[in-house]
Design a protein around this ligand. Sequence first.
Ligand code: ADP
Ligand code: MG
Length: 670
Amino acid sequence: TIEFVRATQLQGDEEPSGPPPPTQAQQKESIQAVRRSLPVFPFREELLAAIADHQVLIIEGETGSGKTTQIPQYLFEEGYTKKGMKIACTQPRRVAAMSVAARVAREMGGGGEPLGIRFEDCTSERTVLRYMTDGMLLREFLSEPDLASYSVVMVDEAHERTLHTDILFGLIKDVARFRPELKVLVASATLDTARFSTFFDDAPVFRIPGRRFPVDIFYTKAPEADYLEACVVSVLQIHVTQPPGDILVFLTGQEEIEAACEMLQDRCRRLGSKIRELLVLPIYANLPSDMQARIFQPTPPGARKVVVATNIAETSLTIEGIIYVLDPGFWNKQPTSFQISCINIASANQRAGRAGRVAAGKCFRLYTAWAYQHELEETTVPEIQRTSLGNVVLLLKSLGIHDLMHFDFLDPPPYETLLLALEQLYALGALNHLGELTTSGRKMAELPVDPMLSKMILASEKYSCSEEILTVAAMLSVNNSIFYRPKDKVVHADNARVNFFLPGGDHLVLLNVYTQWAESGYSSQWCYENFVQFRSMRRARDVREQLEGLLERVEVGLSSCQGDYIRVRKAITAGYFYHTARLTRSGYRTVKQQQTVFIHPNSSLFEEQPRWLLYHELVLTTKEFMRQVLEIESSWLLEVAPHYYKAKELEDPHSKKMPKKIGKTREELG
Ligand code: ADP
Ligand code: MG
């Protein structure tokens, strides 16, 4: 069992006793009655009046108050879609957009067809309400820069500050200036609304008071080593010891959710009739829509439902009947790079709040109260501040925005960083000398990874090794958590790691690990025996599949190098020629900036000290270390980046006198 301690309470504005959770009969009540029971309903007229009076309105309301599903309907009923005009409502996530579109279609009757509420692709002439992702609305700007066919644009879940949403803000603010009749709504959970108001020239904020019951917060006494296992145990513990009410668990992504669901189902099966029925329902981006719909179905009497969700259930989707929330405290910042990180205080409280929507609830945090107070950051850093600016530039350029220096960002990136990004994209061949997007730049904009990585993937076409490069790309995205080194088995673990070494460098080692794992049938036993983290490998496999799915869009065919690793190394060089270093008499220096750098002691090349190499990243600890290094030949640089390197700077006057070994050995470094 896991021991929790009750620490604090999230204050509600309703009496703790409150109405009981909805019964079956209430849930079957007419859909219109449900609409009228939502917190936004009493404000319908006031809200419509405010929208009529102001071009831009910021709407703030507790999650589940009806912003997403109701406001577009009110606008429709008010006649905003007359004369063939449309209403757009954007969501950061595709699953959320699909789910609410389906719900609204049902609420408006007739299953959506006659009235035309649609999600994306299947838009028809008659579509009046369009629920779409923020990325889709961005693409609308390509065909319709003034959004002329829209009467209202509602940017929903604005507090998430996704890159796409942030860019939409800049574009919409501009359009609103020359289309005074366009209505702009910015909807957000109760976070940060003042920022939005300031950005839109002090637009008024409309507040929808929420309905919130108190939530008791529990923390674990000590940190949990394996949070997935801890989650499964806690769910069963809640199921066995707590009164009725459904459970919501927050995990980071598909692979984790599937694993947790399997574990739960497995243990329930083993417990058999000793426990009441537990319905285990997953929800994540790639889940088929009929499975997605299941999370909203009422729980049968006597049973309990546990929904295992990604961050999507934090503010985008509201599931009725949740009384218990289980929060391990992690989320995945970028689905294609698997940067699992700690959530922040704002998110932790949002998550807890999900337990108090229909009655007083409980939130179990799988971290300590100390960690909550001392280790979590306050709020989410906007994606635009943490993503590589190269991607932002590619996106804006592909939208036809050329003057990036004057683009109206909600949080402008630093000028120097923007300049560096432009310079790098030029070097990578994504922009031409006029700063325009090239064909390969257009393809790079399609791949949701760092520009250097997308360049590497594109280059794998030329070197016929896309199979291997996809693996390298996927492994790089989880690269710091592949090997593990238990304290009592350090020697074994290090030996296992060294056994994967291949001449050429760390990228090939990663490739080797993945290939052997695939040959083992993606086995967890194999991972265990080789001191490889199974979970990281599964994530790598996930990323690899996602990337493979995008290859067609960027016109790269699947091909294998058949063991000719020179081709793989050249393709990597084509993406990372920016990150090169050479061995000089005084150690390694980066080729362009002449910065002093060191090979990381964990690298397979640590003792080899090749003359030329490229690195995946620099990490500054005691020194500037190059992590994931690959041996290259200087002539390859001229082959892959003739515009960037001159033969002269690649000459090596000291080549004959080069000392065999420079720097300390691994032992000396400890
Ligand atoms: P907000 O956007 O303010 O968070 P929503 O409009 O998403 O609120 O939710 C309002 C209500 O609609 C909630 O009670 C929620 O449970 C319900 N709802 C939303 N989507 C669905 C769906 N797909 N199926 C059933 N109910 C839904
Ligand atoms: Mg919403």
